[in-house]
Write a protein that binds this ligand. Structure first.
Ligand SMILES: NC(=O)c1ccc[n+]([C@@H]2O[C@H](COP(=O)([O-])OP(=O)(O)OC[C@H]3O[C@@H](n4cnc5c(N)ncnc54)[C@H](O)[C@@H]3O)[C@@H](O)[C@H]2O)c1
Length: 271
């Protein structure tokens, strides 16, 4: 196969969870640009349809999916199989990154010593159980057919502990502390990836993680400066910076790769 053919996703069906978020939209676009029919899946169907309307013209599908709800996932799987007969690619992208509602209280409330059990449980439910359920429900038909690629979106914070100084203003004020739940869930995603890669390897289903670094998204200038200074390439990511790695993992270009973690973080974890 030629190099461009290795990256082609023509004739493939891909589902992206959390598809209407900052990165989910880019994942959908990348897969569609590479030739796939994309299932845009998220909590709000109208927003899924808006995202679908931005994709290059092909036979895409929008579905309301709650990754914590097996009934919703099974209904989505049935709709996809009815329309396309096969599922080739799953991007487990949906996640929550918990925030504190009241900025004035955030520094106090986000301290580990006070971190609420309810927030911990919510993160585990979406970021870990949601990845497990979607992999089980969309991956089983892949394993039965003997082919598929599952991409679990993790994070730099799945590999290292948060640098809490990033959340400090130049005058030393700690605006908030990064939560214990997010890194714990992303670390779990990395090892779940290895588990499933080992389990489904002989069935032809490849399972890899993609670990993004922080993405520019209207943050305060002091935060962007802190983050950029701490990053080898000297900047935060643009939302489009993950498109190449995602298509690589989804396609035959990575045919001999499973159980891996592709780190795309501008060198953040290298410093
Ligand atoms: N943005 C970053 O800087 C960054 C950095 C590293 C990793 N990541 C990871 O990339 C992925 C996407 O991040 P993002 O910045 O686009 O987040 P985002 O908050 O913009 O989007 C997340 C999406 O997930 C959806 N979602 C939440 N709960 C859901 C559920 N129960 N069922 C279905 N969908 C649900 C939300 O509706 C939302 O559209 C996440 O896994 C995140 O942890 C993001």
């Amino acid at each position: 196969m030629t190099a461009p053919a290795l990256f082609s996703l023509y004739g493939k069906t891909a589902i992206v969870t959390g598809a209407t978020g900052l990165l989910g939209r880019q994942h959908c676009l990348a897969l569609a640009e590479a030739g796939a029919c994309v299932v845009v899946a998220d909590l709000d169907l109208d927003t899924c349809r808006v995202v679908e309307s931005t994709l290059p013209d092909r036979d895409h599908l929008s579905l309301r999916v709650d990754v914590t709800d097996p009934t919703s996932l099974v209904a989505a799987r049935n709709s996809i199989l009815e329309k396309y007969s096969r599922i080739h690619i799953l991007v487990n992208n949906a996640a929550v990154n918990d925030m504190f509602e009241n900025p004035a209280l955030a520094a106090e409330q986000s301290k580990f010593e006070h971190y609420p059990l309810e927030m911990w449980r919510k993160s585990l439910e979406v970021n870990v159980t949601g990845v497990f359920l979607a992999a089980q429900i969309f991956g089983t038909p892949m394993a039965e057919r003997g082919a598929g690629s599952i991409i679990n979106i993790a994070s730099t914070y799945g590999m290292v502990g948060p640098d809490q100084s990033l959340y400090q203003k130049p005058d030393g004020e700690q605006v908030f502390y990064k939560s214990p739940a997010y890194p714990a869930t992303k670390g779990a995603v990395l090892n779940f990836t290895r588990y499933l890669a080992a389990y489904w390897g002989k069935n032809g289903v490849r399972v890899n993680s993609l670990s993004p670094g922080g993405v520019v998204n209207g943050q305060d200038e002091w935060f962007v400066d802190n983050y950029s200074r701490r990053t080898a390439l000297g900047r935060m990511a643009q939302p489009t910076d993950y498109k190449g790695a995602l298509v690589f993992l989804a396609s035959d270009a990575s045919a001999y790769m499973t159980g891996a973690n592709v780190v795309v973080d501008g060198g953040w974890t290298a410093v």
